[in-house]
Design a protein around this ligand. Structure first.
Ligand SMILES: *Cc1c(COP(=O)(O)O)cnc(C)c1O
Length: 369
């Protein structure tokens, strides 16, 4: 069952209404509870705060509505990624990870999966199909990749990986379910950091796993319950609130990014721009076939580390910070974390500021140095 993004967005705000009794609060109540009233046989009831929580369930219902698949909430994007590794892999399995994606899954694999006898290999996102997938139990894609914004062909990877007997996991953090639906493109599992645009207000961390495979969902739920990697109810409540406005925020952010990327490309101080929405971008053709929008992240390369730092730190409407997807535009030099990018490479997360005001501030900061 795949609805249009507009119909998913329109119905999202009314999901709760179906369950309301007369006199119930229309907004979601926050339920802070470790215990529930539980006399007699506990089967079929909420039992304990590590197993169930009504506020998580409401956030999961929203995520599931957006993903068209059951969703399982986690306390961070990395907790969701750890859950799929530890719930679905065993000793002797091999995983393929992107060499140019978010770096933490690679460090996790190196430090903790390897010693459990789970091996991994790295491959660049743009050549993910090269070499095939024989011998892999799990093929993990991140498209567009963070921070380089390269893309890989999800349907082609899924077809080849499935033929080789692997499951395909897609990290959809950079796009959100309004920008790309990897399950519809053939992925078996989606993981995402709702810390970013889905919450949108940069005030908490959250993540989720979604899949149309009931066994995968059951395994991930067991992992959460047994490992104790549970989200806090207040964070779930904040995500529920954030998701109500995700569609309008994402629309503003993507529209502004399309305009700003074009102008950056023509600016004499900018050496290179990466944005999947630009016709000449290496990601563009593939992005146009599998993404619903081109996203709100722009990669721009300035002449030097000093120029890039000055651009970021002196722009009145750019918050120097790591992370992305918040209402405030934010930027950072990714080389400061050791990403394999140019020293002058800046990842710009376009926020919700009015577009022309934001562009004027960006242009002023570029022109000043
Ligand atoms: C931020 C991010 C994560 C991790 O999310 P946390 O909530 O910080 O744990 C995973 N994948 C991608 C692509 C990210 O950008």
């Amino acid at each position: 069952m795949t609805d249009s993004p507009a119909s998913r967005a329109a119905n999202l705000a009314h999901l709760r209404r179906r369950k309301l009794a007369k006199g119930d609060p229309v907004p979601l109540p926050l339920t802070m509870a470790s215990i529930f009233n539980l006399p007699g046989d506990p089967a079929g009831f909420r039992q304990y705060g590590r197993f169930d929580n009504p506020t998580w369930e409401a956030a999961e219902e929203m995520l599931g509505h957006l993903e068209n698949a059951p969703a399982v909430a986690f306390p961070s994007g990395m907790a969701a990624i750890s859950a799929i590794f530890l719930a679905l892999l065993k000793t002797g399995d091999r995983v393929l990870l992107p060499s140019d994606g978010y770096y933490t899954p690679r460090v996790l694999a190196e430090r903790f999966l390897k010693r459990l006898g789970i091996e991994f290999d790295l491959r660049p996102t743009t050549s993910y199909l090269d070499g095939g997938f024989d011998g892999y139990r799990m093929v993990f894609v991140e498209t567009p990749s963070n921070p380089g914004l390269d893309v890989c062909d999800i349907p082609a990877v899924a077809a080849a990986a499935h033929a080789a007997g692997a499951i395909v996991v897609a990290d959809n953090t950079t796009m959100t379910p309004y920008g790309q639906l990897p399950l519809d493109l053939g992925a078996d599992v989606v993981v995402a950091a709702d810390t970013k645009a889905p919450n949108g207000h940069s005030d908490m961390l959250f993540g989720h796993v979604t899949s149309r495979d009931a066994e995968i969902i059951a395994a991930v739920k067991d992992w959460r319950k047994l490992s104790g990697a549970i989200p806090g109810p207040f964070e779930a409540w904040l995500l529920h609130r954030g998701l109500e406005t995700l569609e309008v925020r994402f629309d503003r952010m993507c529209n502004s990014a399309e305009i700003i990327a074009r102008r950056l490309k023509d600016h004499p101080k900018v050496r290179a721009v990466r944005f999947p929405g630009l016709e000449g971008d290496p990601s563009h053709n593939l992005a146009a076939t599998q993404m619903l929008r081109f996203g709100f992240l722009i990669g721009l390369t300035l002449g030097s580390e000093a120029e890039a730092d000055a651009f970021i730190n002196n722009c009145a409407l750019i918050q120097p910070a790591t992370s992305f997807g918040g209402v405030h535009s934010a930027a950072e030099r990714r080389a400061r974390w050791g990403d394999a990018v140019d020293a002058g490479f800046v990842r710009l997360s376009v926020g919700c500021e009015p577009t022309e005001e934001l562009w004027a501030a960006i242009e002023a900061s570029l022109d000043a140095h």
